[in-house]
Design a protein around this ligand. Structure first.
Ligand code: XUL
Length: 526
């Protein structure tokens, strides 16, 4: 049992913001005592990001700034120190980060990370440790050629998927590393360690190179799910001498190190444990309380994702989905859509609506939208792969604002059903998170399209909450007082979730509409 008053911090470095959730242990249970969030665009304007991404003339390129993430981390701890929290009782920290993004460090980092001066800001001290000033992120779709080369070199897409859980995907770290090594060989040669966003930020906290966990490592096209080691054929197919540049691997529940002197001195913090960080989707799995096969989660964030626990890795034969490691030590199936909140926002902005107006448009239109359909590919899409973005409409007038609002939401929810079937999960309950989960009308469409009850938690950021729960779990395990995941999840004191019930007649309309949507999608792809 965690000692009364012990605090556990979960951080989430997502595409658009850095967030924190703090849990306090009381009487063998735990409750949320603080939630904070720093949106990058508004808080750190000087980096010039838009929705957390650096501007680029090429729509296929998506990059962000590792220095910005570090500055956000410094700022977040400053904000935390201002809260009424007994941070001297901080027992452990764990983190979540957007997946796939990579950070390139030179050989000064191994020592430099442990020698940060607490009297000075963090960001300028990190600049000289980078061999590449930018980080490619998950929205990048510029590596099609590299994907095909890697697949060919290892013996085909299917073999790569059987080992790493996914065929080669543009945003995955391996293809991104290959592109960098080829286009900037000198900078690649000067790279001593390639981190994921998760292991990079964990390294900042412990003052040395942190390991990668199986959850985030499986988003690289480099990790063998059967052995949880780097898969040599993929490593060799990706870039020269890559093995020596990859971080160590460690279970998600391991302790990576202790909060380094920089943080202890600068923010008067104890030498808290830092658990291995993971990806945002694996962390959301725990934040939503999902640890048994058969459960399903949906995250409506910058990306829309649908995921669920898996006992043993069962790869998608259709090549759309992924198998990642889960924080429990088992696995998770996931399908990812890049046209999530950005697509909803584009439609909202195009028709000059507020989010209230967006919801009213959903109220004002019938399920099925009178047969109107949209393929909302505002940015290059991951599922199905659409390299050149474009909006397609069928029986839908562009001038009809309310019908376009319904069309984007129905398309997204239909795609979630269609492209998650490979997981073979029969659902009656969907656990939902992400910014758009605040919108009840969107959740009604989700419930109706799936024909399942939708449950929404009161903590908005399931990834940060999942990270905080992981910190608690890792700390107890480290103290040889291991808690089951059931106890970790059910021990969280929180108001009961909002429930949105599916409406039978609406579901029937959507079942009939699925085929038309599938045909429309197929035709557009041809
Ligand atoms: C997962 C993916 C996205 C990012 C978003 O494969 O690409 O969900 O993790 O942060």
């Amino acid at each position: 049992m965690a000692p009364d008053g012990a605090l556990y911090l979960g951080l989430d470095s997502s595409t658009q913001s850095l967030s924190a959730v703090v849990l306090e242990a009381v009487g063998g249970r735990h409750r949320v005592v603080c939630e904070l969030s720093l949106p990058f665009d508004e808080t750190l304007r000087h980096y010039g990001t838009r929705h957390g991404v650096l501007p680029n003339a090429d729509p296929a390129v998506a990059q962000s700034s590792p220095v910005m993430w570090v500055e956000a981390l410094d700022l977040l701890f400053a904000r935390l120190a201002e809260q009424r929290l007994a941070l001297n009782r901080l027992a452990a920290i764990a983190g979540s980060a957007q997946q796939h993004g990579s950070v390139y460090l030179n050989d000064a980092a191994a020592i430099g990370l442990g020698a940060l001066h607490p009297g000075r800001a963090l960001a300028p001290q990190v600049v000289p440790l980078l061999s590449r000033p930018i980080a490619p992120i998950w929205m990048d779709s510029s590596t099609g050629a590299e994907c095909r080369e890697i697949e060919a070199a290892v013996g085909g897409a299917d073999l790569l998927a059987q080992h790493t859980g996914s065929r080669a995907f543009e945003r995955f770290t391996g293809p991104q590393i290959r592109r960098f090594a080829r286009r900037e060989p000198a900078a690649y040669a000067a790279t001593d360690r390639i981190h994921l966003v998760s292991s990079f930020l964990a390294s900042m906290l412990i003052g040395g190179h942190a390991p990668v966990d199986p959850g985030d490592g499986s988003g690289m096209n480099l990790l063998d799910l059967a052995t949880l080691e780097w898969w040599t054929p993929a490593v060799d197919a990706t870039a020269p001498d890559l093995r020596a540049r990859l971080p160590a691997l460690a279970p998600s529940a391991a302790i990576a190190g202790r909060l380094s002197p920089y943080w202890q001195t600068r923010y008067r913090l104890p030498k808290a444990k830092v658990a291995v960080w993971s990806g945002d989707n694996p962390c959301s799995l725990i934040g939503l309380g999902l640890f048994r096969e058969g459960q399903l989660g949906v995250s409506l964030g910058t990306s829309d994702t649908v995921f669920g626990p898996m006992r043993t890795p069962r790869v998608d034969a259709g090549g759309k989905g992924h198998v990642f490691g889960a924080p429990t030590g088992e696995f998770m199936g996931i399908t990812v859509f890049s046209n999530g909140s950005l697509a909803r926002e584009r439609v909202r902005d195009h028709y000059g609506l507020t989010w209230e107006g967006f919801s009213r448009a959903l109220d004002a239109t019938p399920p099925g939208n009178g047969g109107a359909l949209m393929l909302p590919w505002f940015v290059p899409e991951i599922t199905p792969v659409v390299a050149v973005p474009g909006i397609r409409r069928q029986q839908l007038d562009e001038g009809d604002a309310v019908a376009n609002v319904r069309a984007v939401v129905e398309a997204q929810m239909t795609a979630l059903v269609r492209h998650s079937r490979w997981m073979g999960v029969t659902v009656d309950v969907i656990h939902v998170t992400g910014g758009a989960a605040a919108n009840r009308q969107i959740l009604q469409v989700l419930a109706d399209v799936f024909g399942a009850q939708v449950r929404r938690l009161h903590v908005g950021n399931a990834a940060a909450l999942g990270a905080a729960l992981r910190a608690l779990h890792a700390d107890r395990l480290d103290e040889r007082d291991s808690l089951t995941w059931d106890a970790v999840v059910t021990g969280l004191e929180q108001p009961s979730p909002d429930r949105i019930e599916p409406i039978r007649q609406h579901h029937d309309v959507y079942v009939a509409q699925r085929e038309r949507y599938a045909e429309f999608e197929q035709r557009a792809l041809r």
